[in-house]
Write a protein that binds this ligand. Structure first.
Ligand code: MIC
Ligand code: SF4
Length: 642
């Protein structure tokens, strides 16, 4: 097969549909991953599908998001997930083992494989040459049941890397540079594929930092070729037999090419409150900083923590701030302990937190009021840190460590000589915190254990031809799923209880939304561009559905959220003429005639303003069928076959 890496993998996995840009194709999925915050719902859905055992080649259930265990709820979810893994033949990664994407890269991801995960940063595995896509939990449950995953055949953007990164500049700056150029919706409907002579200068974990945060461009995924560097990484992980060579052909054609000279990249930062608001650190250096947080699935690899340790070695962090570090995995920690570099971190004053997502999703270490927090993470949406008025800057480990020493946002090049780090030729491989799947005869006897916070899935009914109700909320551009369904230490433990979590929908924008929606018997949400960017959490569709939201009418949608709305029976509609957005106000009474959703014309009558507006949608025939039957679960159940 010839072409780009993306085409080679997609074309090798198509089970239905045409190999043509924009056409819907169904892909065979080799691997799935779930994490606890989305995984309990995904597993409830997998149970409801009703088959005896998972059917993908490999399904891994990770516990990494929700690990505070402030009461029984998290612990009950973990126990439930472990029992599900044993019952249905999944790998189970115990809490403390590490962050799902870092662990998957280390131990399971393989070049040429397809992977879908119920987490938007699943494309991390693109760093090893996997075609890895983030999706809602239900879509992952369906793939676990062996059914294909559908995507629109994406446009392929070739990002041609030349040159070599300078001292003090690292992979995070590369993806920040990409975001500076194409912003938070520049990747929608596209795959970002890296190629060119600069690729070979980046190790697999560095590539994974880039593909991880490619998610913030809205891209379907990002992918690197599989080359000698990939082979070396897999050998070091004792997985050389899984390596294959996978590179774009010399005559491969990209739909668009972005040239990026690594030698010209400089230390960058994303400013509050968008990962796309990128500026050179040199232009904004000097801002007083109260917190530095290092870790997350973007920057918690051994490479990242080694460089951090060696920058901090011999220093004490500034009095004005505190520094937290979440290592990505136990493998990372074991190496830092063995090499002695863990001491550098501890002696400098770092607070070593758990090998988990932690502060990235507001699970502890919330900044103080109006604090500036400099983080190596991938998202800085307002309030996500747990502190509404905190200002979050996203940077590389180099910038974070330099800032921790100086107490102000610092261009790390001011520190002088760049430390050299030595990476091991062989990683310490210790899989004892994975619990392996049971053989089928034993797993069939396992009892699933549910706690009182794990509530059954709500039932959804078929949609009528005309939707009526009032505009419950009108929001602006780039509304994130963190706005729609916040996470953090208070709300994350409610992920397996839809009636309870629905009380927090749109909390930061309008805390009266849930009670208003219920009082009015549901209604509509009006939004701007890129509605639903960010996380894959299907709760941002499920909970509004529970409150009676019938349709979301916006200028444009982010990919995963659009799919989640369809999956749970909320009609996703767009304005034919985006300026019509201005003519609708909160409280307006609307009537939306959707019919059978086969054609793409939908008429909206605004009874309050006595106007008619034309709407449209991008639903395939299948999407329309799924929506009309009240969502994907009932649709899948009749098709899966035992
Ligand atoms: C995130 O980074 O926003 C999360 C938390 O990992 C989410 C998943 C979730 O909401 O549980 C994601 O990226 O999909
Ligand atoms: Fe976890 Fe943060 Fe990565 Fe999401 S972005 S998977 S919360 S570390």
């Amino acid at each position: 097969m010839t072409g780009t890496v993306t085409e080679k993998i997609i074309n090798g996995h198509i089970v239905e549909g045409k190999q043509a840009r924009g056409e819907e194709v169904a892909l065979k999925i080799d691997q799935t991953l779930t994490q606890d915050a989305t995984g309990t719902m995904a597993c409830l859905q997998f149970e409801a599908i009703g088959i005896p055992r998972a059917r993908a080649e490999l399904s891994v259930s990770y516990v990494d998001h929700n690990t505070l265990q402030t009461d029984f709820k998290n612990a009950d979810d973990h126990r439930y997930l472990q029992s599900i893994a044993r019952r249905y033949g999944l790998e189970f990664s115990r809490p403390g083992n590490g962050i799902c994407h870092q662990l998957h890269l280390e131990r399971f991801a393989s070049p040429g494989k397809t992977l879908i995960g119920s987490d938007s940063h699943t494309p991390t595995a693109g760093g090893i040459g996997a075609f890895a896509i983030g999706a809602g939990g239900l879509d992952v449950a369906v793939a676990m049941a062996g059914m294909p995953y559908r995507i629109k055949y994406p446009d392929i953007v070739g990002i041609k890397l030349a040159g070599k990164l300078s001292d003090w500049v690292s992979a995070k700056d590369v993806i920040l540079e990409v975001l500076r150029r194409i912003d938070v919706k520049g990747g929608v409907g596209k795959v970002l594929e890296y190629f060119g002579p600069g690729v070979g200068t980046l190790s697999v974990p560095e590539r994974a930092t880039i593909t991880n945060m490619g998610t913030e461009t809205g891209a379907t995924t990002s992918v690197f070729p599989s080359d000698q560097e990939t082979k070396a990484f897999m050998e070091a992980q004792e997985r050389d037999e899984e390596w294959i060579s996978l590179e774009a052909d010399a005559d491969a054609e990209y739909d668009e090419i972005i040239e990026l000279n690594l030698s010209e990249v400089e230390p960058l930062a994303a400013l509050p409150h968008s990962p796309g608001k990128v500026k050179p650190v040199s232009e904004i250096a000097g801002i007083a900083v109260q917190q530095v947080a290092i870790g997350s699935c973007t920057n918690s690899s051994l490479r990242d923590l080694k460089i951090t340790a060696n920058i901090l070695n011999g220093h004490t962090i500034a009095d004005s701030l505190h520094l937290t570090i979440n290592p990505g995995s136990r493998q990372v920690v074991e190496h830092l302990v063995k090499s002695g570099e863990m001491r550098y971190l501890i002696a400098a004053g770092a607070r070593i937190l758990e090998n988990a997502c932690g502060p990235c999703i507001g699970m502890g270490a919330a900044p103080s009021s109006q604090a500036v927090s400099v983080r190596t993470f991938n998202r800085n949406f307002e309030g996500r840190s747990g502190t509404k008025d905190a200002e979050i800057f996203l940077v590389s480990p180099e910038v974070a460590a330099a800032t921790a020493i100086k107490g102000v946002l610092t261009d790390p090049r001011d520190l002088g000589d760049y430390p050299t780090i030595e990476m091991p030729l062989r990683f310490i491989v210790n899989d004892n915190m994975f619990i392996r799947p049971l053989p089928p005869d034993e797993s069939a006897r396992v009892t699933i254990i549910r706690g009182p916070n794990i509530k059954p899935l709500p039932d959804f009914t078929p949609l009528p031809g005309t939707l009526e109700g009032e505009v419950l909320l009108k929001v602006k551009d780039n509304i994130t799923t963190d706005h729609i369904m916040p996470a953090g230490a208070r709300i994350l433990p409610l992920r397996s209880n839809i009636p309870e979590i629905s009380k927090y929908v749109f909390e930061a924008i309008d805390h009266k939304f849930p009670s208003r929606a219920l009082e009015r018997g549901g209604g509509f949400i009006i939004g701007g561009e890129n509605y639903g960017q960010g996380s894959s959490r299907e709760h941002a569709a499920l909970a509004p559905k529970y409150l009676g939201v019938k349709a979301v009418i916006v200028k444009s949608f982010a990919r995963i959220h659009l799919a989640n709305l369809i999956n749970f029976g909320i009609v996703p509609l767009t304005f034919k003429d985006p300026t019509d957005y201005d003519s609708i106000d909160m409280g307006d009474k609307l009537e939306v005639v959707i019919g059978d959703l086969r054609g793409d014309d939908v008429r909206l009558r605004n009874r309050t303003k006595d106007t008619v507006i034309e709407l449209t949608h991008s639903l395939s025939q299948l999407d329309a069928e799924i929506l009309k039957t009240g969502g994907k679960l009932p649709w899948v159940k009749v098709r899966v076959g035992n």
